[in-house]
Write a protein that binds this ligand. Sequence first.
Ligand code: HEM
Length: 179
Amino acid sequence: MYGMIHRAARQMMLENAGDAAWLRVSTRTRLEDDAFISAQVYSDEATFALIGAIADELNTPLPDLLVEFGRYWVSFAVKSPFSQIMMLAGDDLVTFLGNLDRMHASVKASMPGAVLPAFYLMSSDASRLTVSYRSPRSGLEPFVRGLLEGLLNHFGVEGVVDELGPSQNGVDFQIRYTV
Ligand code: HEM
């Protein structure tokens, strides 16, 4: 994955656990500074090794760490050079999710090596929405859950995210609004 992802993971770790903890992770993964170039592609193995090492260091189960990283990613992206692209995708959650693939397509224009997932907004009403996630990668469902929670927070909506499981479209997630 692109180095931008590694940078976000490093930033999250530094903010939550400090320099010494980060030093232990970078020593363990043997990732040098050149693994953090935003616009360069690295193997998914390198990315997963980094995320796994952070989970170990924080003594957090990997799925929980992925949820946390998903939430963090939304706040990181908002402050990144891609914030404009993100803002243009919509002012509310439903519009945004409907535009997510187009937003990722704009990202791909500057990051041609990215392998991006697909999201399909299946239904929405005043109390809930269902969105389907599809990716050639596996195991990132907790990351998606965290991303959706991060988006709820970004749009100032109270809600609960549940993974409903596989469907013909991919893996379905439901968001129930609590206000
Ligand atoms: C401006 C905001 C965003 C940018 C710049 C961005 C960019 C990226 C990049 C570069 C990757 C890694 C792909 C690769 O290197 O192969 C990625 C992956 C991913 N993005 Fe986004 N993204 C943004 C927002 C979002 C949001 C809001 C969601 C919410 C659902 C999302 C869902 C995902 C998922 C689930 C992946 C993991 C890849 C996979 O599932 O296969 N992204 N994104």
